[in-house]
Design a protein around this ligand. Structure first.
Ligand SMILES: [Zn+2]
Length: 266
């Protein structure tokens, strides 16, 4: 099997995870910038984090033969402090030329607040001005539907944004339809305690087809499974999916989306 992990927070994982992923056939891992589990107190903290994502982590992944890519932003959870968020966004252009940076992400909303929306718009503007791909985080549980609608409105109202260059992540049964209908890509996150189980993800694939959809583990510092994508591929095999069809979802689809930036190579 070969697969791409399009969303893994590897700075929070141990080297055994890299070994397991390489053994399972991981051809590349992509790491969006996110919340560290605590609020950082200054823009300097983000500067160091961006250095970690663009310089240190690619070297760590390379020891296990896995190409490492990343996305940059201040996550919605820390965007409530508008001045901090603006200071962090001002740091990003200096990092965009780094060879492993794929675009702006994971931006989006957490509690759907006014400040989060303002910072989302600034990130979308940053991506448009620098012609970057976008990866969007959608809120959890009861905030997801409203948040997804708000995010789609922001993206659709900016004429510079081409939907095929944006992936909306953490979709569920009630949000995948509007995302795909609007021409965006949809990401399904395979998470043991929330978000999506393998069975639900495969149900959605069987309902909506395999165009413009990828799956990811979003493994991080919490309870999560770095091998969630290959494990779901095994589940697909049990449900009579052909090897070609599985390969399309776990390898060719992320390859197609990510290859929209020439920096992505496997
Ligand atoms: Zn994430």
């Amino acid at each position: 099997m070969r697969y791409i992990e399009p969303h893994g927070h590897m700075v929070s994982r141990v080297t055994d995870d890299y070994v397991d992923m390489a053994t399972a056939g991981c051809a590349a891992v992509c790491e969006p910038a996110f919340w560290a589990g605590f609020d950082r107190s200054s823009a300097d903290g983000f500067h160091d984090y961006f250095c970690q994502l663009t310089e240190h982590e690619p070297k760590r992944a390379a020891k296990f033969g896995i190409p490492h890519f990343c996305w940059l932003c201040i996550n919605p959870k820390e965007s409530e402090d508008v001045q901090l968020a603006k200071d962090v966004i001002a740091l990003i252009p200096d990092f965009l030329d780094k060879p492993n940076v794929l675009g702006i992400g994971e931006i989006g909303l957490n509690k759907n607040s006014r400040n989060e929306l303002k910072i989302l718009e600034l990130h979308v503007d940053l991506a448009a001005r620098h012609n970057q791909l976008i990866l969007v985080h959608t809120p959890h549980l009861e905030d997801k539907l409203k948040g997804t609608r708000l995010i789609l409105d922001v993206l659709k109202s900016d004429r510079r944004i081409r939907p095929e260059r944006v992936i909306i992540d953490h979709v569920e049964e009630h949000t995948i339809g509007p995302v795909l209908d609007a021409g965006f890509w949809a990401g399904m996150t395979l998470y043991p305690e929330s978000k999506c189980t393998p069975a639900r993800a495969i149900d959605m694939l069987e309902t909506y087809g395999t165009e413009r959809i990828w799956m990811n583990s979003a493994c991080d510092w919490g309870v999560s499974i770095p091998l969630a994508v290959p494990r779901t591929a095994l589940e697909m095999k049990k449900r009579q999916w052909t090897a070609d069809a599985i390969d399309r979802v776990v390898y060719q689809n992320p390859l197609k989306f990510l290859s929209q930036t020439p920096k992505f190579r496997v």
